[in-house]
Design a protein around this ligand. Structure first.
Ligand code: PDD
Length: 289
C-alpha cells in the first residue's frame, strides 16, 4: 500500500516523519489526552460522542480544545480518506505542548500539540468469536481519575503484561474496595439470569462509548439492564462476561482465572447483542448518507 499518513499540528505528512519535540509535556509528563474512534465504511462512528468525551477530558486537565467540532471532523475525515481501508481506527492525541524549563506546573499559554494517525480495523478473530477470550482478575493499580482519557497508560500496560504472563488475553480490574472497575482498555458487563449488569459511571472507569451504545441497545430491545457495583463473586458466577471497546465491540470472556464462565462458549445474550450492535451500526451509517 502507499505510505501511511499522519496529522501533526496542522500538516499531513508520512507517519515515519511525524516528530515532536523531546520537550513536549506529553513526552516528559504524560501530560495529554487521547481518543480512539472507529471508522466503518470510511465513516467516523459516534464522532460527536467521542468529541464530547475529548472535550470533557481536556476540560478536566485544563487544556484548551485546540479545534472546533467542525475542524476536528474535517481533519479526521481528510486523514481517513488518505488511506485505503474501509474500516479503520483513528487515534488522536492532544498534549499541553512544549515547555523548555522543567516544571510540573505548566507555563501559561502553551500551544497544545495535536497528533492523529489511523490504522486498519481488523475484524475480531474467528476463534475469539467461537471460544471467547481468557481473562484474569488483577488489582486495579491506576489513579482515581480513570474517567479522564489520559495518555498516561503505564499502569494499563503493566496490567496487560501481567495478564499475558499469566497466560490470559486481558485483565479485569478490582479496586481497593473490592469492586470491579473495567478491563485494561475496555468496560465490563456481565449477564446473570438474563439480566445485563455493568458498574455505574464514576471516577474509577472510562465512560465508554461502546458501553453507552450497549446500554441503549439493551433498552431498545428490552434486555433488562442494571448499573450496579460488581464483585469478584459476581464475575465468577456470571453466565456471560463481556469486555467492550470501540475497536472490539463486545468481546466474550469464557475463562476467568482459569475457570470456565457459563457454558465455556460465547453466550446467547452476547450473540443477540452482537447482531443488534451490527444492525445499529448499519442504521447509523446509513442515516449519515
Ligand atoms: N480504549 N476503558 C478503558 C480504560 C479504555 O481504554 C477504553 C477504550 C474503554 C472503552 O471505551 P470505548 O468504548 O469508548 O472505546 C474503557 C481504547 C480503545 C484504547 O485505549 O485504545
Amino acid at each position: 500500500m502507499s505510505e501511511q499518513i499522519a496529522y501533526l499540528n496542522g500538516d499531513f505528512l508520512p507517519l515515519t516523519e511525524a516528530k515532536v519535540s523531546a520537550q513536549d509535556r506529553g513526552f516528559l509528563f504524560g501530560d495529554g489526552i487521547y481518543e480512539v474512534i472507529p471508522v466503518f465504511q470510511k465513516k467516523l462512528f459516534q464522532l460527536n460522542a467521542h468529541l464530547d468525551r475529548l472535550r470533557n477530558s481536556l476540560n478536566a486537565v485544563s487544556i484548551q480544545d485546540p479545534y472546533t467540532d467542525t475542524q476536528w471532523e474535517t481533519l479526521l475525515n481528510d486523514l481517513i480518506q488518505k488511506h485505503p481501508w474501509d474500516n479503520q481506527f483513528v487515534y488522536l492525541h492532544v498534549t499541553r505542548g512544549v515547555q523548555l524549563v522543567r516544571d510540573h506546573l505548566p507555563e501559561n499559554n502553551l500551544k497544545p500539540t495535536v497528533y492523529a494517525y489511523t490504522n486498519p480495523l481488523k475484524p475480531v478473530a474467528d476463534h475469539i468469536l467461537k471460544h471467547g477470550i481468557k481473562a484474569v482478575t488483577l488489582e486495579d493499580i491506576r489513579w482515581l481519575r480513570c474517567d479522564i482519557k489520559a495518555t498516561t497508560l503505564l499502569p494499563n500496560v503493566m496490567m496487560k503484561l501481567a495478564a499475558k504472563q499469566q497466560g490470559a488475553d486481558d485483565a479485569i480490574l478490582i479496586g481497593r474496595d473490592q469492586t470491579i472497575s473495567e478491563g485494561t482498555a475496555s468496560n465490563v458487563f456481565i449477564v446473570k439470569d438474563g439480566v445485563l449488569h455493568t458498574p455505574p459511571l464514576s471516577n474509577r472507569i472510562l465512560p465508554g462509548i461502546t458501553r453507552m451504545m450497549i446500554e441503549k441497545i439493551a433498552l431498545d430491545h428490552n434486555i433488562p439492564l442494571l448499573e450496579q457495583q460488581l464483585f469478584l463473586a459476581d464475575l465468577e458466577t456470571a453466565d456471560e462476561i463481556w469486555l467492550t471497546s470501540s475497536t472490539k465491540d463486545a468481546l466474550p470472556v469464557c475463562s476467568l482465572n482459569n475457570n470456565t464462565i457459563g457454558s465455556g462458549k460465547p453466550g446467547p445474550i452476547w450473540r443477540k447483542m452482537q447482531a443488534y450492535f451490527e444492525q445499529t451500526k448499519q442504521a447509523l451509517m446509513a442515516a449519515e448518507d
